[in-house]
Design a protein around this ligand. Structure first.
Ligand code: ATP
Ligand code: MG
Length: 428
């Protein structure tokens, strides 16, 4: 048996527009740590991405080669072959629908069991799925028993009719097929598909923040995704078709320079802080790789970047406004994704979103590498966290675990433990 099968290894794969990233973690059991169960990140690797834009695969071959290269680097780092990964799904093909499920409670004395909850959640899934879409997650929001609404955890309560309001996250069946095909061709099996932003949130926020109300934003190259929580539940998820590459494009046009120079300027000198003062500061593009000396005003660069960063933040605010939570989430906004490394983002966010704003670094994980605090890795690390939470480890199965029922899950709320148990009992 390969070592990975014995060692409780969990791997996460995040296929982005700019980078393909992989993370591997190991779960140390209570006996090993003599304390609580702990997850250690053993390896992180990234390679430039090809063949995918805004979560849409446009060349399977290119994705296969990027994933294979990333896998090779990761395996070299952890020293064992990996058989399977938890895969992040994101992009413009993701759709969110509200649904509702109703079942009769099975036991004669009317006490609601975990199976009733599972059946109610399943019932909500069948109502909503449109053609050509696949269900990624069914997230229960709240339950009603015999017409009494607002119940968070119905297990053990008494009633005859159990209803549930759910949020169903769907992805284009064709896109999911392309994604899974590319991963199989790279020689990996798939533990499950997970919406990337939900996985990233698992790594960077606490249950208390979810309880208070928080929004996690992943600022990627081509998209900005977000998930908002309140009272421990997912309130909303959205994917905005704007990302950090739009800032790069604006710089290229504004400075009449190449994309590569624009990218280098953004990374080395990019800033969008609201009250930055540059006086007459200038910058020589030669320093960031331009073939000739060319002076530009820092203030001009700042204005270009700030305009686009502000647009992205205003779109985030529009999502919060639609939820009637603009400026109202007490635990604020937590940024992840490599695009969030942009200088001044936190200050601009405080101004535009009127919320406490921070960068989201992984919490409570051990790591052998400093790269764990690279914001670009939050989705890959989140997938490892998610995989370990689901109690699955590499190699315990054959083939895809994404059999309908495995996506019926709740994240972080009162129900999560119970649904995890339920999942285990349902997975063959
Ligand atoms: N120090 C930095 N300052 C500003 N921007 C940065 C910095 N480092 C990286 N970026 C930007 O972050 C973006 C890449 O982010 P990330 O790696 O999270 O994207 P991705 O996951 O590949 O894309 P997506 O999630 O949109 O598919 C690039 O546009 C890059 O220019
Ligand atoms: Mg990304």
């Amino acid at each position: 048996m390969p070592r990975s099968r014995q060692d409780n290894l969990v791997a996460g794969l995040d296929i982005g527009s700019a980078f393909v990233r992989m993370a591997v973690g190991q779960v140390f059991t209570r006996e090993e740590t003599h304390e609580a169960e702990q997850l250690h990140i053993l390896g992180l690797a990234e390679v430039s991405s090809q063949g995918v834009h805004r979560g849409i695969i446009n060349s399977i071959e290119d994705v296969v080669s990027a994933v294979s290269e990333c896998l090779e680097q990761t395996e070299r780092m952890v020293g064992v072959p990996l058989d399977s990964v938890w895969v992040g799904v994101s992009g413009l093909h993701i759709m969110v629908q509200k649904s509702h499920g109703v079942v009769a409670v099975s036991k004669p004395e009317g006490e609601i069991g975990e199976e009733d909850v599972a059946r109610a959640v399943e019932a909500s899934r069948s109502i909503a799925t449109p053609l050509n879409y696949e269900v990624l997650h069914v997230l229960p929001k709240s339950f009603s028993i015999d017409g009494q609404s607002g119940i968070k955890d119905p297990v053990g309560m008494t009633g005859i009719r159990l209803e549930v309001d759910t949020q169903i996250i769907l992805g284009s069946a064709a896109q999911i097929k392309n994604l899974t095909k590319a991963i199989y061709r790279a020689g990996l099996e798939i533990d499950d598909l997970v919406l990337s932003i939900i996985a990233a949130a698992e790594a960077v926020i606490t249950p208390r923040q979810k309880e208070l109300g928080v929004v996690v934003v992943n600022l990627g190259a081509s998209t900005t995704s977000l998930v908002a929580y309140e009272e421990g539940e997912i309130l909303h998820t959205a994917i905005i078709p704007l990302g950090s590459e739009h800032i790069t494009n604006d710089i290229a046009i504004g400075l009449r320079t190449s994309i590569d120079i624009a990218e280098a300027v953004k990374i080395a000198h990019g800033n969008c802080a609201p009250d930055a003062v540059f006086k007459r500061d200038q910058l020589d593009l030669y320093e960031v790789g331009a073939p000739e000396h060319e002076l530009i005003k820092k203030e001009y660069l700042h204005d270009i970047i700030q305009a686009r960063a502000e647009e992205i933040l205003r779109k985030i605010n529009a999502e919060l406004t639609a939820l009637q939570r603009s400026g109202l989430l007490p635990a604020g906004v937590v940024f992840t994704g490599a695009g969030a490394k942009l200088g001044g983002l936190i200050d601009l966010s405080k101004k535009i979103l009127r919320l406490p704003s921070t960068l989201g670094y992984p919490l409570g994980l051990g790591s052998v590498t400093d790269k764990i605090n690279d914001l670009g890795f939050s989705s890959a690390v989140g997938l490892v966290k998610w995989g370990s939470m689901m109690g699955e480890t590499i190699g315990r199965k054959n083939g895809v675990r994404r059999s309908g029922l495995s996506s019926v899950r709740k994240v972080g709320g009162a129900l999560s433990q119970q649904l995890k148990k339920m999942m285990k009992s349902l997975i063959p």
